[in-house]
Write a protein that binds this ligand. Structure first.
Ligand SMILES: *Cc1c(COP(=O)(O)O)cnc(C)c1O
Length: 430
């Protein structure tokens, strides 16, 4: 049996940094990444046989927990029928119909294989549909690693302290404006000076790549107005928040608070694949019909709408649609988020928490941050000690203070209680 450290040392020989996605390397928190051998329900086991309560859930997709029987059945059946055909299938229609029935802003949707691909394609579509080049994004929002979006992006990059990635020519990002999240004045100023050139504004409505920060209602409302006035498209990146914070995704929450609110385009991933490589982007028919083969905006993918991935996603969506699913998940998540805050208060440690649906965040600070700079100014040293204390006690939290956490339907009240007991123990030593 190999230890985590032996596997990490071996991995570093054949894989850059030993990982296939940077945050997994534990660079932000230090220490040795856990090499996972299997997972079931709310738990994961590492190579040394240690069990963890999993609050990453593959960074969001595992909303049902690991190895849900209905999902396993669907995937097994799909595998028997064939892995990939490169031709259309009925299951793609079923998944598209399922997503559209839950998201009224979308009349059509196209399936792809990763959130990065979906976000990149949505921007190409927005540019093609408007005939404009400029895009606006917000600091701390992550929309995948497409060149034009690697401008002070959140996750991963933040750890390494680079405002942009090497290998991205300045010309490629010259049309990307990066503004402060929740800053109404900045977006007004951007539209005042360049409104006629802006193709789209892209946002994580509930940002999960700078821990957990909500976009304020006045901010979203103002962006909607500015986009309408200037003919720009409003793109909701719901790769993380989609079908995770509510059955209708984050946009359904804003629609309750802003009458008639809809984004123009939406980007999904994570939960809609249930742990398989699957993502999507959608919007009104008149915009979506700009895509090839109907329109001039090219977009394609060998494995897009893969029959096994769509089976997995479809089975997952059918479970989360069941009555009471989100009520139960929200209550469980709130038990954790509120419990953490109460435990910290009892220990005299400043900590604030936030949650929505099955997604949560917490900050070693006395007030909830409203933007990236404030998030990054929270107590990193304390977070890292807390993270390792929890890991040592069998609780696997996201290994960086700028990442959100996830609770699944498989987490029981006892799992949360055990987590809070561990937290009390660790907080007493901070
Ligand atoms: C995870 C994520 C992406 C990128 O998705 P990948 O599947 O990792 O390419 C894009 N946007 C948001 C909001 C995300 O959380």
């Amino acid at each position: 049996m190999s230890t985590n450290q032996q596997l990490f040392d071996r991995a570093k020989i054949s894989i850059p940094g030993g990982v296939n996605s940077p945050v997994r390397a534990f660079r932000a928190v230090g220490g040795t990444p856990r090499f996972i051998t299997r997972a079931q329900g709310a738990y994961m086991w590492d190579a040394e046989g240690t069990r963890y309560i999993d609050y990453i859930g593959s960074w969001g997709p595992m909303i049902l927990g690991h190895g849900h029987p209905a999902v396993l059945d669907a995937v097994r059946k799909a595998i028997e029928e064939g892995f990939s055909f490169g031709a259309p299938t009925e299951r793609e229609i079923e998944l598209a119909e399922e997503i559209l029935s839950l998201v009224p802003s979308c009349e059509q949707i196209r399936l792809v294989s990763s959130g990065t691909e979906a976000g990149m394609s949505a921007i190409r579509l927005a540019r093609g549909a408007t005939g404009r080049s400029k895009i606006i994004k917000f600091e701390g929002c992550y929309h995948g690693h497409a060149d034009a979006l690697l401008v002070k992006a959140g996750s991963g990059l933040a750890t390494f302290g680079h405002p942009t990635s090497a290998g991205v020519p300045a010309e490629v990002v010259q049309h990307t404006l990066v503004l402060e999240y929740n800053n109404v004045e900045q977006i007004e100023e951007a539209f005042r000076t360049q409104g006629s050139e802006i193709a789209c504004v892209m946002i994580e409505p509930i940002a999960g790549n700078m821990n957990f920060v909500r976009s304020s209602v006045p901010f979203v409302k103002r962006i909607r107005e500015l986009c309408d006035q200037h003919g720009a498209l409003f793109v909701f990146d719901e790769v993380m928040s989609g079908f995770r914070v509510a059955l209708g995704s984050a946009q359904s929450l804003y629609a309750e608070l802003i009458p008639g609110f809809r984004p123009d385009l939406s980007v999904f991933g994570k939960v809609i694949g249930g742990g398989m490589p699957l993502a999507a982007f959608g919007g009104p028919r008149r915009i979506m019909e700009q895509l090839a083969p109907l329109g001039p905006v090219y977009q394609a993918g060998t494995l897009s709408g893969n029959p096994v991935a769509t089976a997995c996603g479809l089975a997952t969506l059918r479970e989360i649609k069941k009555p009471g699913f989100f009520e139960a998940l929200s209550a469980r998540t709130a038990q954790l988020a509120h419990g953490l805050q109460a435990a910290a208060q009892a220990a005299g440690v400043p900590l604030v928490s936030e949650c929505q649906g099955g997604m949560f965040g917490f900050f070693f600070a006395s007030e909830l941050p409203q933007n990236y700079n404030v998030v990054m100014a929270t107590d990193k040293e304390r977070f890292n000690r807390f993270f390792h204390g929890m890991l040592d006690r069998g609780v696997y939290l996201a290994p960086a203070l700028y990442e959100a956490g996830f609770v699944s339907a498989a987490h029981t009240a006892e799992d949360i209680d055990a987590t809070l007991a561990a937290a009390r123990d660790v907080l007493a030593q901070l």
